[in-house]
Design a protein around this ligand. Structure first.
Ligand SMILES: Nc1ncnc2c1ncn2[C@@H]1O[C@H](COP(=O)(O)OP(=O)(O)O)[C@@H](O)[C@H]1O
Ligand SMILES: [Mg+2]
Length: 351
């Protein structure tokens, strides 16, 4: 299959009953999904992820903007003419039909002949690891298996693009991780351009080529997992993706900021004397038992890592240690020194 690109150009949508004073469900969203790429829309509940996805599918019509699939303007094209495979949160399987019949349905609607339907369905059930389940009914399957049927159903008619709306929300934690790996490997194998929606940052990081973080109807930042994690554009992104220390620092020079009397290396274009917002990830600070300005306030052993809460002047920092093999734990009340890894500090330029 030849993958096709998806493009949203300044797409907006409002609903008359939109709640909480947020007028637009989606506002001025521009996105591009390259051929064969998996782009995730990530953000808290109500930020406009589903509305964006539903506009790509054609279930909602934008108020403004255009949507292109494979370079073709589909903004006002009916959903069934867009070549979209859609996987929902609730699998919406037909309860009284077998696995085979559930998957065959879309092809029967297209009027394909029985022999070719049987071939396609068998192939796709093989692809999602359900070859032996043809005759089962949905209620005889686990949640993960039901979701695979939904996946088979979405890909059986060879759509040009795949859309997922929180497909794993109904599964337990272990199955969620398994299924997200399966979805990812299937998506790569068929090489199909995909938009995936989730509110779970870890899921987004695990599954995506690129992530678009949404807040209140707008895309606040777009990039791969590493760039969002290490170079968040706003405080919202810094807090939403991973854990973060966010604190004020004073610019000393183009290469130094000061936090609580500590001078730390960072490259910044902001003027000396300016107060800036800084993001420091908990694992980018190393503790040492050499007495220093830090004081351990709390220790939480979590197996592969230990989380410390450390007082530094008026600030309280979260610091994660994973180097258990080479040091004894620090005690509550113990004075410690803090060592900031190169590149530990990121200056936030947005809001
Ligand atoms: N059919 C609708 N009618 C009215 N308001 C809607 C409708 N669908 C979504 N909204 C509103 O639009 C905003 C974005 O919703 P949605 O796209 O479902 O967010 P998400 O999927 O990120 O949770 C929310 O404020 C929601 O209440
Ligand atoms: Mg949603």
């Amino acid at each position: 299959m030849t993958p096709v690109s998806i493009k949203l150009d300044r797409v907006s949508k409002h609903f008359d009953h939109t709640v909480k004073g947020q007028v637009y469900a989606v506002r001025d969203v521009s996105l591009e999904v390259a051929d064969g790429e998996l782009l995730t829309l990530l953000g808290p509940s109500g930020c406009g992820k589903s509305t964006t996805l539903r506009m790509i599918a054609g279930f909602e019509e934008p108020d403004e903007g255009t949507i292109l699939i494979g370079g073709k303007d589909v903004t006002h094209v009916m959903p069934n003419k867009r070549g979209i495979g859609f996987v929902f949160q609730n699998y919406a399987l037909f309860p009284h039909l077998s696995v085979f019949e559930n998957v065959a349905y879309a092809l029967q609607v297209q009027g394909r002949d029985a022999a070719s339907i049987a071939r396609s369905v068998s192939e796709v059930l093989e692809l999602v690891g359900l070859a032996r389940y043809e005759r089962q009914q949905p209620h005889q399957l686990s949640g993960g298996e039901q979701q695979r049927v939904a996946l088979a159903r979405a890909v059986v008619f060879e759509p040009k693009v795949l859309l997922f709306d929180e497909p794993l929300s109904n599964l337990d934690a272990k199955r969620r991780v398994e299924m997200r790996d399966e979805i990812r490997s299937l998506q790569k194998r068929i090489g199909i351009s995909t938009v995936y929606v989730t509110h779970d940052q870890e899921e987004a990081m695990a599954i995506s080529d690129r992530i678009a973080v949404m807040d209140q109807g707008v895309v606040v930042q777009e990039g791969d997992a590493e760039s969002l994690y290490y170079r968040p554009a706003t405080e919202f992104v810094a807090r939403f993706i991973g854990r973060a220390n966010i604190l004020d620092g004073k610019v000393i020079s183009a290469t130094e900021v000061e936090i609580e009397g500590l001078r730390l290396r960072v490259a910044t274009r902001r003027a000396p004397g300016e107060v800036v917002r800084l993001v420091i990830r908990p694992e980018m600070i190393e503790l040492s038992s050499e007495p220093g300005p830090g004081r351990i306030e709390e220790r939480t052993f979590l197996g592969e890592k230990t989380d410390y809460r450390v007082k530094l002047g008026a600030e309280t920092l979260q610091i994660t240690a994973t180097d258990h093999y080479r040091r004894t734990p620090f005690d509550v009340g113990q004075p410690v020194s803090l060592h900031f890894h190169a590149g530990a500090i990121h200056v936030i330029d947005g809001h």
